[in-house]
Design a protein around this ligand. Structure first.
Ligand code: SAH
Length: 423
C-alpha cells in the first residue's frame, strides 16, 4: 500500500487499451500504459483516465504482473466503500439464486461457485461453496491486504457458512507469508478440529472434496452440467472415464444405469477418492451399488495408445490443461488429436465419445475441429450430441476466461460396407 500522503495513482492508456476497457475487458496489460504519475504499489487502487483526461475506470494495480491493472469499476467515478463492496458481493450471489435446489429435492446441489473472478466483478478472486464450507482462492496480490475487510463481508452475506478456507495461487504464497503474515488454511471453522474433507451434494449425488489440498478448490465444479449429460446417456453401457479424478463423471454414469464404470487416473489418491465417492452413494442409489467400479492407475496417454484389448460403449476424455501458455498451443492440439484417436479405437460400434478441454490457449472451434477430424478419420458415422462451454455458475465474460469446452459424438449405426469401385 502507498504512504497515506501519496497522490492517487493515475494512469493513461493507449487508445487500443482504452477501447478494450470501454468494451468491458477487465485487464490492462503493462504494455498498454502510456503514462502514470508515479510508481504504483502492489494492490493499490489505480485511477484510469482516457485521452481527454476524463475518468475511465478503477482497478487494482500490480507492478509485478503483466496484467498491470485488474479493473473493478468502469463508467462514472465511484467510491469503493463498504456499501460498494456489499453491492458487488450481492450481485454475484444473486446470479446463483435460481440455479440450484436444496434437499429434499432429489437433485439438490450445494457445491458450486459463488464468485467467478473477473467475470463476476471480483478480479483474481474465486469463492466456492461445498455444503457449509467456503473456499476462497486468491490469484491477485491486491486481495491480501483486504482480507480483513472481505471476510466479515462474506460472513454477513453467507451466515450459514461454518468454515472458510483460504487457498492461494502459487505465485502469491511467498508474498502472503512475508508481507501479509497470511498462509493457506482455515480462516475460521466452527468444527474443532476443522475438517479438510467435506461431503457435499451435486445433483443429488454425494461427493467428497479435500478443500485444503485438493486440485482447484477440491473438486471440478465446472464439469457439473457435462456430468449430468453423461448420466443421461450411460444406461446399459460399459463406461471408461479417463483422467477421472475423483470419479465425478463415473458416479453419474453409474446412477444412469451403466453396466460397468472404469476410472483411469495417474493419481492413486484420486482413484481412492473415487472409490470413497462410490461408497458414499451405495445406500441411496441401488444402481450405483450394483454397478461394477474398476480403477486403473496409469498414464492415460500411454494406456490409451496401447493396442485396444477391451472396448467400451462410452468414453470420457477430460485431461488437465495441456496448454498453459500460448507456446504450448500447437503441442496441445497434437496431444488432443492423439488422445481422441486412441479413445475412438476403443469405442464399440454405437459408442459415445465425450471429449473436454480446459486449455485456455486452445479455443472452442480449434478443439471441436480436432475432435471432429479424429472422428471422421475413423470412417465411422458419428453424430454430434452436443457442444458446451461454461456452466452458469462459472460465467466467462471475456476471451481469456473461456477455457472449458466439451463435445460429444455418438456413432449412429454400424458402418456400411464401402461400395466396390466401379459399381
Ligand atoms: N473429469 C474430472 C476432472 C479431471 S482433472 C472430473 O470431472 O472431476 C484431470 C485429472 O487427470 C486429474 O485427476 C489428474 O490426476 C489426472 N491426470 C493428469 N495427468 C494424467 C495422465 N497423464 N494420465 C492419467 N491421468 C492424469
Amino acid at each position: 500500500m502507498p504512504p497515506a500522503a501519496a497522490p492517487r495513482l493515475k494512469l493513461r492508456l493507449t487508445p487500443a487499451a482504452e477501447t478494450a476497457v470501454r468494451a468491458g475487458h477487465p485487464w490492462v496489460f503493462d504494455r498498454s500504459i502510456r503514462d502514470q504519475n508515479r510508481p504504483g504499489e502492489p494492490g493499490e487502487i489505480a485511477v484510469l483516465y482516457d485521452r481527454r483526461n476524463d475518468f475511465l475506470a478503477l482497478g487494482f494495480y500490480d507492478p509485478g504482473s503483466p496484467i498491470r491493472v485488474r479493473l473493478l469499476h468502469t463508467g462514472k467515478p465511484a467510491t469503493l466503500d463498504s456499501a460498494w463492496w456489499h453491492r458487488r458481493l450481492h450481485e454475484a450471489l444473486s446470479r446463483r439464486d435460481s440455479l440450484f435446489t436444496s434437499p429434499p429435492d432429489p437433485h439438490a446441489t450445494d457445491g458450486y461457485r459463488l464468485i467467478n473472478g473477473e467475470s463476476d466483478g471480483w478480479p483474481g478472486l474465486v469463492l466456492d461453496r461445498y455444503a457449509t464450507t467456503l473456499v476462497l482462492k486468491l490469484y491477485a496480490v491486491a486481495w491480501l491486504p483486504r482480507l480483513g475487510e472481505i471476510i466479515p463481508l462474506l460472513r454477513e452475506a453467507l451466515p450459514w457458512a461454518r468454515a472458510l478456507v483460504l487457498r492461494l495461487s502459487r505465485n502469491l504464497i511467498e508474498t502472503a507469508r512475508n508481507d501479509h503474515h497470511t498462509t493457506e488454511g482455515f480462516l475460521f471453522s466452527e468444527d474443532s478440529p476443522p475438517r479438510d474433507t467435506v461431503v457435499f451434494l451435486e445433483n443429488g449425488l454425494q461427493f467428497e472434496a479435500d478443500v485444503r489440498h485438493g486440485q482447484k478448490t477440491g473438486f471440478f465444479l465446472d464439469q457439473r452440467e457435462n456430468r449430468a449429460r453423461v448420466g443421461s446417456l450411460a444406461s446399459g453401457r460399459h463406461v471408461l472415464n479417463t483422467f477421472s479424478f475423483s470419479g465425478g463423471f463415473s458416479l453419474y454414469a453409474a446412477r444412469g444405469g451403466a453396466r460397468s464404470v472404469t476410472d483411469l487416473d495417474l493419481s492413486e489418491h484420486a482413484l481412492a477418492s473415487a472409490r470413497r465417492n462410490f461408497a458414499l452413494n451405495h445406500h441411496a442409489f441401488p444402481q450405483i451399488a450394483a454397478c461394477p467400479h474398476l480403477t486403473i492407475q496409469a498414464d492415460a496417454f500411454a494406456w490409451l495408445a496401447r493396442p485396444p484389448d477391451q472396448l467400451f460403449d462410452l468414453i470420457i476424455v477430460d485431461p488437465p490443461s495441456l496448454a498453459r501458455r500460448e507456446s504450448e498451443r500447437a503441442g496441445a492440439l497434437d496431444a488432443y488429436s492423439r488422445l481422441q484417436t486412441s479413445a475412438l479405437a476403443r469405442l464399440r460400434p454405437g459408442g459415445i465419445l465425450v471429449a473436454a478441454s480446459c486449455s485456455a490457449h486452445v479455443d472452442e472451434e480449434e478443439f471441436f475441429s480436432v475432435v471432429r477430424r479424429a472422428a471422421r478419420a475413423t470412417g465411422r458415422p458419428f453424430q454430434e450430441l452436443w457442444t458446451s462451454t461454461h456452466a452458469p455458475d462459472h460465467p466467462a465474460t471475456f476471451k481469456e476466461a473461456r477455457y472449458l469446452k466439451s463435445i460429444a459424438l455418438a456413432e449412429t449405426h454400424a458402418p456400411r460396407p464401402r461400395p466396390r469401385s466401379g459399381s
